[in-house]
Design a protein around this ligand. Structure first.
Ligand SMILES: [Zn+2]
Length: 167
C-alpha cells in the first residue's frame, strides 16, 4: 500500500504480529522513499445479514445512528456514541463469526447502552424488544434496580487500593 506521508506507491513490512485473540494482524511498514514508519491492521470484514436475507458491511456509523434517537435530550455526546459503536463491534468480533444477524446487533447494543444511559437504554429496549405493556417496562426497570443493588454490594468488596507499586 502507498505511504500515508509522501504517497510513495510502495512500502515494506518490517514487523507483523497477530493480536492475542487472533482476530487481527498488525503490520509495521516502512516507506522506502521517506523512510517513515506506519502501522496497518488487518481484520476479517464483518457482514450484517438483514431480515430480507441481504447482507451489507457492518458500519459503526449505522450503530451510532440507530442509538442516537434513543439518546435525544440525554447527556450523551457524539464521542459516547462512537465509543459505544466501537464496543458493539468488538463484542460482535469476539463471537468469531464473519456474518452477524441484524437481531444480534440489537442485543449487542443493549449492554453498553445500559452502562451509558439507563433512560436511553429503556427507550431503545422498548422499541427493539417491542415492549407492549407497562409490565414490560416494570420488568426492565426492576432488572436495572437489581443491577444497582448488585453493583453497590460489589463496591463494598472492592480492594482498598493496590500496594504492589514496587520500586
Ligand atoms: Zn513515504
Amino acid at each position: 500500500m502507498h505511504c500515508p506521508f509522501c504517497r510513495h506507491p510502495d512500502s515494506r513490512v518490517v514487523d507483523s504480529r497477530t493480536s492475542d485473540d487472533g482476530s487481527s494482524i498488525r503490520r509495521r511498514r516502512q516507506c522506502p522513499s521517506c523512510h517513515r514508519r506506519f502501522t496497518t491492521v488487518e481484520t476479517a470484514s464483518l457482514s450484517v445479514v438483514k431480515r430480507s436475507g441481504a447482507t451489507e458491511p457492518f458500519s459503526r456509523e449505522k450503530i451510532a445512528n440507530g442509538v442516537r434517537k434513543a439518546c435525544q435530550g440525554r447527556p450523551v455526546s457524539e464521542d459516547d456514541l462512537a465509543l459505544l459503536a466501537q464496543k458493539v463491534e468488538e463484542s460482535l468480533r469476539t463471537s468469531g463469526s464473519a456474518e452477524i444477524d441484524a437481531y444480534e446487533i440489537g442485543l449487542a447494543i443493549l449492554g453498553p447502552l445500559r452502562e451509558l444511559d439507563e433512560v436511553a437504554y429503556l427507550r431503545f429496549a422498548s422499541v427493539y424488544q417491542a415492549f407492549d405493556s407497562l409490565e414490560d417496562f416494570e420488568t426492565a426497570i426492576s432488572g436495572l434496580r437489581a443491577e444497582h443493588r448488585a453493583s453497590r454490594a460489589g463496591e463494598d468488596d472492592a480492594p482498598a487500593g493496590t500496594a504492589s507499586s514496587g520500586v
